[in-house]
Write a new protein. Structure first.
Length: 381
């Protein structure tokens, strides 16, 4: 941001721009010697002195910028200490007026001035630095005192670039303006320079951070882990058992801390076994007692130990039908085999709870009593 010297710096840059245009177009050979100034119009025409060819730049109004005026005002805390320095956005309104020693000279100068401002809609940072801080051999020590001071305005480093826009003024506005200036009217064009940002260098005190050993805030990208399949490292159709490696495949499986939850039993895989698309989990003893085939807990990527919201990804263990003898089954159970083993035992019946069993038992007894009564009625006399 620039400082309070920015307003004068904009005027100095515009004056230097017009002066360069006069030199580049060699207007001195057309209208004679031309002077570029930045004075109030009432100080140019002095009684008793002849009028000379001149281009004058006059800052007649400063207004708040509509876009930056919504920024917060400088605020203070309960102790009166300043806690913020929002910038002040301003629009500068200029009058470009031309004077001539002879007829047509003022119109010629006005035409060249308008053409130059039309071809320069933005005051670039390079143009600002060239005017306020010229390179060697022209150093700040030999510049006029005002320009030497304006070199510290930091206008070329502000966020917004300065744009030049022509403005339309009615006859009534021009009449009132020149009446207030108390000078004779000359050919004039109005321009607006926007936006100038002025920010104070006064130090502010930032709010203290919330200190807590248990509460930390981290910014992490949102990831939605998804498991596509979970198979044994022994093969796609091999059982998932103790001593094998569970291979989990999917996407976005890697977090700062990745856990594999098997029905409440958390396993932290080695860091080398975790990639965004695959996790290799070595299944070692002990495993939770009573682990059955079916839908199990899945992978839960966590960031810095804080779980993400949402349901964890799920995986399904594939049961294996075993028609072997009891000895082979007991040996497998003794090794801690976590694979599901289902023995064929005839026709399977659906499980019934106690309430449904009682209702069906009562229905059978009622049907039996009705059958006995019906048989007694049909007995011959």
């Amino acid at each position: 941001m620039s400082n309070a010297l920015a307003i004068a710096s904009v005027t100095a840059v515009l004056k230097d721009l017009l002066n360069d245009g006069v030199i580049d177009h060699q207007l001195s050979g057309v209208v004679g010697e031309v002077t570029v100034s930045a004075l109030p119009p009432d100080r140019i025409l002095v009684n008793g002195q002849p009028e000379t060819s001149r281009i004058n730049l006059f800052l007649y109004q400063v207004t708040p910028n509509p876009g930056w005026r919504n920024a917060a005002l400088p605020s203070r805390d309960s102790d009166g200490v300043r806690v913020s320095n929002p910038p002040l956005g301003l629009d500068l309104h200029y009058l470009v007026t031309t004077y001539g020693a002879s007829e047509f000279h003022a119109e010629i100068l006005l035409g060249y001035a308008l053409q130059l401002l039309h071809e320069t809609p933005v005051l670039t940072r390079d143009a600002i630095h060239r005017t306020l801080a010229p390179a060697s051999p022209v150093t700040g020590s030999i510049l006029p005192p005002p320009l030497d001071t304006l070199a510290a305005s930091e206008l070329g480093d502000q966020v917004e670039q300065i744009r030049l826009t022509p403005q339309t003024m009615s006859v009534e506005e021009i009449s009132k303006l020149w009446s207030a200036i108390q000078s004779h009217y000359r050919p004039t064009a109005a321009y607006q320079a926007s936006v100038v940002l002025i920010e104070s260098k006064r130090p502010t005190r930032a709010a203290l951070p919330v200190a807590s050993e248990k509460r930390h805030i981290y910014v992490v990208p949102t990831r939605f882990p998804a498991i596509e399949e979970a198979v044994s490292s022994a093969g796609p159709r091999a059982p998932i058992a103790v001593g094998t490696t569970l291979e989990i495949r999917g996407r976005d499986l890697q977090g700062d801390v990745t856990l594999v939850d098997l029905d409440g039993f958390e396993i932290i895989p080695p860091a080398a076994a975790i990639t965004p698309g695959r996790i290799n989990v070595p299944l070692t003893s002990p495993l939770p007692v009573g682990l059955q085939a079916g839908v199990k807990g899945g992978v839960r990527p966590q960031a810095h130990g804080h779980e993400r919201s949402g349901d964890p990804a799920r995986r399904r263990s594939r049961p294996r039908v075993d028609d072997g003898d009891d000895q082979r089954r007991s040996d497998a159970d003794a090794r801690g085999n976590a694979a599901a083993r289902l023995r064929p035992a005839g026709r399977a019946r659906p499980a019934r709870d106690a309430a449904s069993e009682r209702i069906q038992r009562r229905a059978r007894h009622a049907a039996a009593r009705l059958h006995v009564r019906g048989a007694r009625r049909q007995r011959p006399a």
